[in-house]
Design a protein around this ligand. Sequence first.
Ligand SMILES: Nc1ncnc2c1ncn2[C@@H]1O[C@H](COP(=O)(O)OP(=O)(O)OP(=O)(O)O)[C@@H](O)[C@H]1O
Ligand SMILES: [Mg+2]
Length: 459
Amino acid sequence: MKTKKILVVDDEPSMRIALSESLESCGYQVETSESGTDALAKFEEGKFEVVITDMRMPGMGGMEVLRGIKEISSKTPVVVITAYGTVNTAVEAMKEGAADFIMKPFSVDHLESLVKKVVAEKNGKDEVGSEHDSKGCLSKEKTIITRDEAMLALLELLKGVSKSNSSILIQGESGTGKELVARYIHRHSDRANMSFVGVNCAAIPGNLLESEMFGHEKGAFTGASRRRLGKFETAAGGTLLLDEISEMDIQLQAKLLRVIQESEVDRLGGVAPVPVDVRIIATTNADLKKYIEEKKFRDDLYYRLNVIPVRIPPLRERKGDIVCLCEYFLEKYSLLSRIARPGLSKEAAEMLGNHRWPGNVRELENVMERAVLLSGGGTIQPEHLYLENESERNRQPAGAAFELAALKNVTLKEVEKRLILETLKKAEGNRTRTAEILDVSVRTIRNKLNEYKQRAEAS
Ligand SMILES: Nc1ncnc2c1ncn2[C@@H]1O[C@H](COP(=O)(O)OP(=O)(O)OP(=O)(O)O)[C@@H](O)[C@H]1O
Ligand SMILES: [Mg+2]
């Protein structure tokens, strides 16, 4: 196998030496740069598999290096090195497209597994992972974690299908990972270098959705002060995700069908259709067959979209995934909140296995995020999960079931915290719904949760 070349950028000589030595001991070939400018020049000349850059350097900083590399080669993964306590810069870098970050001080093991992971991801081998190869790593492009045979078979099938241009309809309950799978398809298609654009058909009112999708010319309607490209055109050459397609207005469905059949869009107020080359992936958690019977969904559009039908099984049908997903989220959230990775007690694991997971993976993710915070780095016990027996589940606001008797000698703040967490649990981790139930803004809920996170970190 050809040795993979890595470019290390750091202004500190001792760091350059340490990084090269550890990476070379793992079998990589390493080149180093002491400045961002030098790094970009080297990068233009040579072929590098991965770039690892320090964030704080005199002159050109890590962020600029990241942007520069991405401009030259958007596919090359860049890992940024941040100092302890500057997790914000890491988050910023991830937003700008960094593949991952590593915090100083780090172990050679961690560095090795991280580099391995980003290389594998680049080569498209990552998606099917177990908790082991996700250790210590956070990636922007989310990995599909599964061990379930049906899921693995589905992903394998999709790899082949991705190359075609056929429309794909992904069906599955809320939170099963439909969007994740849509991105996976895009990544494995010949369109991977082009845009992946999403439109949530449920979030945009019908009349706006049309111009959102197809665009409009200047003056097409009152308020259209300039031409605007629709998502079909923004996604040109790439993939367009039509999320929650069942919620699309029936008249708009007719227009969509025409666009798909003709491969051209009519901008609102436009004189001639514009050709577009877009691969459509639609998702739904509704029973479209039933929608068709109720005349809420066009059957011709259904057949057109459903060239390749994909159904993602709910979590309760793939119980084996619960354990590996738990491990993965434990790792992810302890890293993110910089809390020691907590263990999972036998009782808690049992409880997780018995739960029915109506909110699927999203619910599990929320449960684990909260449990990490509540455990404060110790062992996760059943009470940190805030799961109740299915029989006890009710949809009343938490307040109604709130037992004041159990709250002797607690502060008002603590009561507030419990009420929020309890309601969040009832709302299956849905923050918007929690805010509605408690009649506060979503922002308040978000701020409070951040506050609890920070307090848990500080203690
Ligand atoms: N197999 C998986 N491995 C890791 N994370 C997952 C997996 N499946 C889902 N998730 C996570 O769960 C959350 C929900 O996933 P996603 O948004 O893809 O679901 P969805 O089916 O589109 O949900 P909805 O119907 O509500 O839009 C995301 O944060 C996603 O990263
Ligand atoms: Mg979705």
